[in-house]
Design a protein around this ligand. Structure first.
Ligand code: SIN
Length: 479
């Protein structure tokens, strides 16, 4: 592949290295099935070297002024936007999303870098009135230390930027492990960190197709003081267990099963726009994708017809083709899961409005709209992570809220209504970390992203995202 950002080496202690064994693993374009690169298949030794590099770099990085660290991040931001087109092309080739979405992701990622460059200059402390006249009580905020960042394949650039930028702004150093499906964007970002003048060892990126080995070393290390992970709930729970003996700080952005409710008084056009945005972004492979559509019974036919018409217009193809508006699934197992869920729903009585179980040999899944969904169907209980609109009807507001909350997950929820009182009432009743009212797209660097229940712990983005990388220190001065 010909791309100026293509790096086929890991970045440790400011050096571009191979695995000690010389082993590599291939990176595949999910749209074409072609191998586009080979990156080092690192193991315990390289991970340990990266941890040591981050530990050594920590005193120098945390000693810089907030302004100096912010300047580095601003340079990184400018480099990201200056290379937007080629970074997006790299992302398309390893992830499969259409070019416009990839460019949107680079802007989104750069937005986090810019946000935290500014926010890092506002790491304020506090003074507390003491109960004794000769004492002064101070609270300062200090970097957590070395952080492990484990990132997913669905937003290979943005999810790393959302962790990396606050960590660096706070004065932490990092070891990042990108998903094995999409390591190239992370390596490209590391190269831009180097160009931005961030000292060697502050940012380390280790690639591996043995995530359990790298994760095992990162979680076991007493040097690593925090783990931030985005990915499945099952892996998040495992990492949390592994972090327990060293009591690390944790940020976990895990699975979701977002309800999208359309009430009788909704503006249907707005609801369909919101459904399209939240469902088909990244071919339905987002944690915040609407998974369970709850549509007022009187609107089901119209809503399904409108979404079907819009879904049928989506153009599948390689993300670099100008006409493409929806890409492939990331992997065979992701495609097969969607096939299983759709087949199960049809076998239990769902009506197919468009699409259906994938039949071809590639990783493409046609946008699919199903009505007549019931709680017995697997896709109502599992995270679909694919381009399937699964519609269930309801009559009463309380039933919609009860059904929406009947999930172990609690990341995002969406609903559509023109009734102001209902918008407050339902928003407060929904047991989710993020609620979109009359919108299907709410992610933005300045807002706290994160979930409750089995969707995770902590928040990313916003001023709260910086706190995840800071420890409070209380100092009591006796005069
Ligand atoms: C995710 O799906 O993991 C992230 C989506 C977002 O940031 O909007």
């Amino acid at each position: 592949m010909d791309n100026p950002h293509l790096k086929q080496a890991c970045y440790v202690s400011g050096q571009w290295i191979s695995a000690r064994s010389g082993a590599t693993f291939p990176v595949t374009d999910p749209a074409s099935g072609e191998t586009i690169a080979a990156v080092p298949d690192c193991g315990a030794e390289e991970t340990q070297a990266a941890i040591i590099a981050a530990e050594r770099a920590l005193p120098g990085w945390r000693a810089l002024t907030a302004e100096q660290r912010s300047d580095c991040l601003i340079r990184l931001h400018d480099l990201m936007l200056g290379n937007l087109t080629t970074l997006a092309e790299l992302l398309v080739c390893e992830n499969g999303k259409p070019r416009a979405e990839a460019e949107g992701e680079i802007r989104y990622a750069a937005g986090f870098v810019r946000w935290f460059a500014a926010e890092g200059r506002r790491i304020y402390g506090e003074t507390i009135p003491a109960s004794h006249p000769d004492k002064r009580l101070l609270v300062t905020r200090q970097p957590v230390g070395v952080c492990a960042l484990i990132t997913p394949w669905n937003f290979p650039c943005a999810m790393l930027a959302r962790k990396l930028a606050p960590a660096l702004a706070a004065g932490c150093t990092v070891v990042a492990k990108p998903a094995e499906e999409t390591p190239l964007s992370a390596l490209a970002l590391a190269a831009l960190c180097e160009q931005a003048g961030i000292p060697g060892g502050v940012v380390n990126v280790v690639t591996s197709r043995a995530p359990e080995v790298v994760g095992g070393v990162l979680t076991a290390s007493p040097v690593v003081r925090k783990l931030s992970f985005t990915g499945s709930t099952e892996v998040g729970e495992l990492l949390m267990t592994q972090c327990a003996p060293t009591l690390k700080r944790l940020s976990l952005e895990l699975g979701g099963s977002a309800p999208l409710i359309v009430f009788k008084d909704a503006d249907l056009k707005k609801a369909v726009d919101g459904a399209m945005a939240s469902k088909y972004r990244n071919c339905g492979q987002t944690c915040v994708a609407s998974n369970r559509f709850l549509i007022h019974d009187s609107l089901v036919e119209r809503f399904a017809a409108m979404v079907t018409s819009r879904s049928s217009q989506l153009q599948q193809g390689h993300g670099l083709k100008a006409s493409t508006t929806i890409g492939p699934m990331i992997s065979r197992s992701a495609r097969d899961k969607v096939a299983r869920l759709v087949s199960d729903a049809i076998s239990k009585g769902a009506t197919v409005w468009c699409g259906g179980p994938p039949t071809g040999s590639g990783l493409f899944v046609a946008p699919t709209v199903l009505t007549g969904i019931t709680g017995e169907m697997d896709l109502w209980r599992e995270e679909i992570f694919g381009p399937v609109v699964a519609i269930r009807s309801f009559w009463h507001e309380e039933d919609a809220v009860t059904l929406a909350n009947a999930t172990p997950y609690g990341l995002a929820a969406y609903f559509f209504t023109e009734d102001l009182a209902r918008s407050w009432r339902v928003s407060e009743a929904l047991d989710f970390g993020m609620v979109g009212v009359n919108t299907g797209m709410m992610s933005t660097p300045q807002a706290p992203f994160g979930g409750v229940k089995r969707s995770g712990i902590g928040r990313e983005g916003s001023r709260h995202g910086l706190d995840e990388y800071l420890e409070l220190k209380y100092t009591c001065i006796a005069l």
